[in-house]
Design a protein around this ligand. Structure first.
Ligand code: SF4
Length: 484
């Protein structure tokens, strides 16, 4: 397929952490084609990655190892035409949407990865980041491995393929590979006759199982199961490996699970990454965000006329603030939903701003009012000041900003691109100083003690807020390229 033209330096900076990746797999025991369901599942996961995408399928009754795969830069509906989908014939398959947190954004690094080896062909889709990828990569390279990409997912695929030479089954090979790889990973692996899902022992990233008639699915989020009319069977537990096959249905291996209290789900999945209609490990993301808004109203109250959310992820928390405080909830922004990640970014001299291209203020709604504006996070602070300014220009009398997460103080190594400390506005600054920089009348963050409460006390990772990570952070920067 032709490589698409991506405009130079065109990425829109909305001061949000990158959404990592989304994975989706399907196996139809009745032999029907799964590519259309994977397409719609990936569409529902598009918020998790908009740089590249791909689908790989295989026919379990056909020759072992004949995998058809299409992947490219761009959104799902840009890469997959009806003609391309029509050609992807197969009853087992795996798909991926990508946002690059390790390895550059190129077509070669798009997933799923398809690996031919002596035992057949593996298709693999990965969400997360390994913290020991450089060591493992070196180890493999010195023993003759030749890499086709610069992503850590290929290191996982290689390990599984190598372990498979000494194991009776592919799921055993996955378990042995999991002994070596460290970090965040939710994996979907397609072997010639089995669909396998695996989640790292900490459970950083979500992964769930669905079923529709005689077809089984694995997906990053339950919203993707809803989209294709599948029931949510259950989540894959942190550390669990599930093997799906017509002979045995769903088999589970929990030998890699760790005590529940050591699990560490990424709390930012609940605050921002996941869609609000998703449930992660039994907890509604929508409910988490409503709770965060309620806690903001309890802990950082202020008199005002209207509560508004910065779309889309600030909206639920704004509703929560309204429910708790009794201050009316309204809409202050109109979002241009047609601006993708890539567009021609206004130049220094141009009078348009990136933020304004994406968001406009409803003057009618905010003129003469005291506004509480809720957003899910402030990373660098580069858009908050712009949005506060836009509200004032539209006639807002006061602008009070509330943030439904604690201040980001540390980078993330587990599959998101929360950047280095020197790029975080909250690092070495007081809340008052940040408030001054963004030009708000007041600023309040979610208290760190509230994080546990918004996820129903499930064990979580909060490393980017506290600097205390569930795993020792890597000595080398894992977010660059392996070539360097
Ligand atoms: S460091 Fe922050 S963003 Fe990264 S996994 Fe932990 S909670 Fe999530």
């Amino acid at each position: 397929m032709e490589k698409r033209c991506v405009m130079d330096g065109a990425e829109m900076q909305m001061d949000k952490p990158g959404e990592e990746c989304g994975v989706f797999g399907a196996y139809d025991f009745d032999g029907g084609d799964v590519a259309p369901s994977i397409y719609y599942g990936l569409l529902a996961l598009q918020h998790r990655g908009q740089e590249s995408c791909g689908i790989a399928v295989s026919d379990t009754t056909g020759p072992k190892g004949k995998v058809l795969c299409t992947k490219d830069m761009g959104l799902i509906n840009e890469v997959f035409t009806p003609e391309i989908l029509e050609k992807l014939r197969g009853d087992i398959g795996v798909g991926h949407v990508r946002y690059s947190t390790a390895g550059s954004s190129t077509r070669e690094n798009a997933q799923p990865l398809v690996l031919n080896y002596v035992k057949g062909t593996l298709g693999l889709a990965h969400n997360g980041n390994l913290i020991n990828a450089p060591e493992l990569h070196r180890e493999l390279a010195y023993t003759g491995a030749i890499f086709q990409t610069t992503i850590d997912s290929e290191v996982i695929a290689y390990h599984i393929a190598r372990q498979r030479l000494n194991t009776k089954s592919v799921e055993e090979a996955v378990a042995q590979a999991m002994e070596k790889i460290k970090g965040a990973y939710s994996l979907i692996i397609m072997s010639p006759r089995k669909l396998i899902g695996a989640r790292d022992p900490f459970g950083f990233r979500p992964l769930c199982i669905g079923k529709r008639d005689n077809t089984y699915f694995l997906a990053s989020e339950t919203c993707a199961l809803d989209t294709i009319g599948a029931e949510h069977v259950r989540d894959v537990a942190p550390g669990e490996i599930v093997t799906i096959s017509p002979e045995k249905g769903i088999e589970s291996d929990t030998s890699m699970c760790i005590p529940i209290k050591h699990q560490a789900r990424c709390v930012f999945e609940y605050i921002y990454f996941a869609r609000p209609d998703t449930y992660i490990d039994g907890m509604s993301v929508y409910h988490s965000r409503i709770m965060a808004g309620k806690f903001l109203a309890m802990d950082s109250p202020v008199e005002a006329d209207l509560v508004v959310g910065v779309p889309e992820s600030g909206n639920c928390a704004a509703l929560g603030y309204c429910l708790q405080s009794g201050i009316p909830y309204g809409q202050a922004f109109v979002k241009n939903g047609y601006v993708g990640r890539t567009f021609i970014k206004p130049g220094q001299k141009s009078r348009e701003s990136s933020v304004q291209v994406k968001l406009n203020v409803l003057r009618e709604a905010v003129d003469g009012k005291r506004i509480i504006m809720i957003d899910d996070s402030i990373v660098r602070g580069t858009t908050s000041d712009r949005i506060v300014h836009m509200l004032r220009e539209a006639g807002a009398k006061e602008v009070h900003m509330r943030v439904s997460s604690p201040p980001f103080l540390w980078p993330c190594y587990f599959g998101t691109d929360v950047p280095a400390r020197d790029q975080l506005i909250a690092c070495n600054r007081s809340v008052e100083e940040i408030c001054q920089i963004i030009g708000a009348d007041s600023l309040g963050y979610l208290r760190i003690e509230r994080l546990g409460e918004i996820v129903g006390d499930r064990p979580i990772c909060k490393g980017c807020f506290t600097g205390k990570y569930p795993l020792e952070p890597p000595a080398e920067d894992i977010r660059g390229e392996f070539e360097s």
